[in-house]
Ligand binder design. Structure first.
Ligand SMILES: [Zn+2]
Length: 229
């Protein structure tokens, strides 16, 4: 899953408008922020494979430290501890970050082919799950688009623009995310190495978090203010 992960961020932000949307964007891709550096270091495996599924051009044969169910639980707890002890965030915000980190695995479960280890995670015959929506590009795109759109609608309902531009910026950003998803699902493979893929993903995820944080500052939680003054 790609931009659909941000559905968890928007829902969490809608539930607790004092939380940082940038932090929730990082949380949504936290497991991938663990995965891609490990790919670069050789600890986990991503193999480019054109048309591996209808929606993707890669295989994920080995990722026990980032995308096994046990790793997902462990990273969620670590995220909770970082939020509480290092960032001094409230219990509510820390718990939401923890759930958003964990949500990555469950959302990946919908679209991935069986590559998410649940048992014997380091062994070559690990039992792995994945509901394989990627095998149907229309269904996988529709799933990501729907959950993102519903979550943004919830976020827009729970927060209010501080300035007029605040009305349009997040919807425009959502359209941009969906266009990038469209290109990723229906476009050709444009990267020529696993390392390039990893760098591209990490840069994109970081940029999305920064943009989300900036745009979210144009909105606030609580009662709507009169925008016509
Ligand atoms: Zn992932």
């Amino acid at each position: 899953m790609f931009v659909g992960h941000y559905a968890a961020s928007f829902v969490a932000k809608g539930l607790e408008p004092r939380a940082s949307l940038a932090l929730l964007f990082v949380a949504a891709q936290f497991l991938d922020f663990v995965f891609f550096p490990l790919v670069l270091l050789g600890g986990e495996q991503l193999l480019l494979l054109p048309n591996a599924t209808q929606a993707t051009h890669f295989e994920l044969p080995f990722m026990p430290y980032s995308h096994s169910i046990w790793a997902a639980i462990l990273w969620s707890v670590i995220a909770l501890m970082i939020c509480r002890s290092l960032l001094n965030l409230s219990r509510t915000i820390s718990l939401l970050v923890c759930f958003v980190v964990g949500s990555h695995w469950w959302l990946d479960l919908l679209v991935h082919t069986p590559d998410l280890a649940v048992w014997s995670i380091f062994s070559s015959d690990a039992s792995k799950w994945g509901f394989s929506l990627w095998n149907n590009v229309y269904l996988s795109f529709a799933t990501e688009a729907c959950i993102l759109l519903f979550s943004v609608a919830f976020y827009l309902k729970k927060t209010h623009p501080k300035v007029k531009a605040g009305r349009y910026l997040i919807p425009a950003f959502t359209v941009l995310l969906l266009l990038i998803q469209l290109l990723s699902n229906f476009g050709d493979l444009h990267v020529h190495s696993e390392a390039a893929f990893a760098w591209q993903a990490m840069i994109a995820f970081t940029a999305f978090a920064v943009i989300a944080g900036i745009l979210d500052h144009q909105r606030s939680g609580g009662p709507a203010k009169n925008m016509n003054t």
